[in-house]
Write a protein that binds this ligand. Sequence first.
Ligand code: ACO
Length: 427
Amino acid sequence: MAEIAKLTLDGKEYEYPIIEGSEQEKAIDISKLRAQTGYITIDPGFKNTGSTTSAITYLDGEKGLLRYRGYSIEDLADKADFLGVAYLLIYGELPTQSQYDEFVGKIRRHTMVNEDMRKIFDGFPVNAHPMGVMSSLVSAMSGFYPESYSKSDMDNIDLHIVRLMAKLPTLATWCYKKSQGHPINYPNNNLDYCSNFLHMMFALPVEKYEVDPVVSNALNKLLILHADHEQNCSTSTVRLVGSSQANIYSSISAGISALWGPLHGGANQAVIEMLEAIRADGGGVEKYLNKAKDKNDPFRLMGFGHRVYKNFDPRARIIKKAADEVLAALGIEDPVLDIARGLEEAALSDDYFVERKLYPNVDFYSGIIYRALGIPVNMFTVMFAIGRLPGWIAQWLELRNDGQAIGRPRQIYTGETVRPFVDIENR
Ligand code: ACO
């Protein structure tokens, strides 16, 4: 017999169906609750609320599992390349060789950005944070592809997807080049995705730049690890904006803004800043652990804790190993890595962190690798955005294809009840 949930309200009993996912996760379907009872549910931060069903990413925070379309993150990080993973997320299956060649070929051909976008970009001050610039430029892209405004423009959707995938790295490197006072590099479409990004970032007109395969492989892995993470803050933002049938560029731009926050993608920047502060303070971790535990101190251990993972974040395991390998291969000794290791060890044996199931998250070690690859701190979250792009696209597409209703939560009003207007001289 189908399982149901029973609810008693004001002496009346109501029944709600149970929805079960393919991994046996269960939800009470309350979509008829308000119509039947007049009540709504309240769940600040949506800790218990499923906003959608989705066939893209599965994660089990208790067991520390993460899979894209059924494939484990460990397998994908080990065996796939980022564009193959992007194809998997967006179109549902790993590409055949010809599908892969076509997808990659199109992305290679669309890496250039309309020159008029430069005029918009040039108006930003040199010290503007690249996440704000990226969000603005992606939003501006909609103006260059006005056919995207039409809600029925799903015929061109593959082209919009290719444009976003191809141009985001180009835009990202503009931000870096401007911050350095260097000329921007045009893309080199003979290079693969990661190598082309590194070339646009680091090549200078005055000398030859060779992409180090250690660096491009590490970047490929980092992008895969960040590619999707189901209904997190930025993805939910992309879906919410997309649910109003706003175009894909505006929706992704909103996702970039959401990712910027230090409690989300901005944590990778905050981690390095925290580790640097500890180093400048003599390297001892005890003081910072105590600050993190002190409820009167707003300080949190950045890169620790996760809304969903109450066990090790599987991405953190892969990144920690990759950080060791990359630093060894590049011959880099980073004192901050030792501080990170010491902090992790101390936190994992501290009751406060153990009781609250606070483990290192994906961002705890990613900044250390980015730094080793020569990527400056204020670009870390931009790297996350490049990685997360296929996830945002896949989720946006799924929302559209499922024909989901506009996202519009309700509230419980706690303000003043009706009162007479007071003229200004009497206030
Ligand atoms: N340092 C110290 N204490 C922490 C930390 C932390 N990093 N994270 C959570 N806690 C404590 C909270 O104070 C709370 O304690 P209490 O029960 O005594 O009140 C308890 O652990 C639960 O924390 P919540 O804030 O309720 O957990 P939530 O799921 O809302 O937050 C979050 C998750 C935002 C990631 C949080 O752990 C945090 O702020 N971490 C630091 C920022 C960070 O690394 N963000 C990146 C997340 S991964 C990503 O977005 C890619």
